[in-house]
Design a protein around this ligand. Structure first.
Ligand code: FPP
Length: 225
């Protein structure tokens, strides 16, 4: 059995969940952050998942109201600090993907600190997409290649990306059926699953059901049976 599965999740629906409960949008993000912990712990205990990529903040999310952006930044900072001992206990290595240089110096420091302190972990890799957009990632990869003066080939592009691993299973919660500029290169042969569940209501039981369905799909990668 493949024990090197890369699962990627577009976590959508925090705002609608909060609205449905009569709460402020920020409560949806707080509840969403708790679900991130549940799903990461589940994947770190799984024998078949090697990488979990999560879309936490996109290059387009800056268009949200300033207060919501500021809240998300603060939540990320406090959440990462709180999460560090749990990452270490579960052997989870944090690798941010995206261009974090637009974040405040203190948030960049928190992210780098957690990355350094989990660099020795050999279990699950959590790729947290922060100020991430696939077009931006591919553009930066091509710029690296140009600077290194090496051949523009599929393997050189893949290796120059923030995350070089192909996605096996890509899930989007919240009912929409689009990729929203998330890991477009890595998703070339991914199986796509769309769930109507709003992210704060998503849980490891639903993820286990999706993984089970995924394991029964025959993947041909463009070939024949
Ligand atoms: C989409 O919900 C979610 C996000 C903007 C990003 C995901 C953020 C979290 C899960 C919380 C923080 C994460 C970490 C790692 C601490 P939305 O606001 O677009 O929902 P809506 O479509 O219902 O408005």
């Amino acid at each position: 059995m493949n024990n090197n599965l890369h699962i990627a999740i577009i976590m959508d629906g925090n705002g609608r969940w909060a609205q449905s409960q009569g709460l402020m949008r920020k409560s949806g993000h707080e509840k969403g952050a708790e679900v991130v912990r549940d799903i990461t712990t589940f994947c770190s205990n799984s024998e078949i998942v090697s990488r979990l990529s999560l879309y936490a903040f996109s290059t387009e999310n800056w268009k949200r109201p300033r207060l919501e952006v500021e809240f998300l930044m603060k939540l990320l900072d406090s959440w990462l600090k709180k999460e560090l001992p749990i990452y270490i206990k579960n052997g989870v290595k944090l690798e941010s993907i995206g261009d974090i240089s637009r974040f405040s110096n203190s948030l960049q420091k928190t992210i780098r600190d957690v990355e350094e302190k989990t660099a020795h972990c050999t279990g699950l890799i959590q790729s947290l997409a922060l100020n991430y957009g696939a077009r931006d990632e591919i553009t930066r990869a091509l710029q690296k290649i140009q600077k290194q003066n090496i051949e523009v080939s599929e393997s050189n592009i893949t290796n120059a990306l923030d995350c070089p691993q192909d996605i096996d299973l890509l899930i989007r919660t919240g009912g929409d059926r689009r990729l929203s500029n998330f890991m477009l290169w890595q998703a070339s042969y991914a199986e796509l699953f769309f769930s109507d569940t709003l992210w704060p209501d998503f849980n490891s039981r639903e993820l286990a059901t999706i993984i089970d369905k995924f394991l029964h799909v025959e993947r041909r990668f463009g070939g024949l049976k």
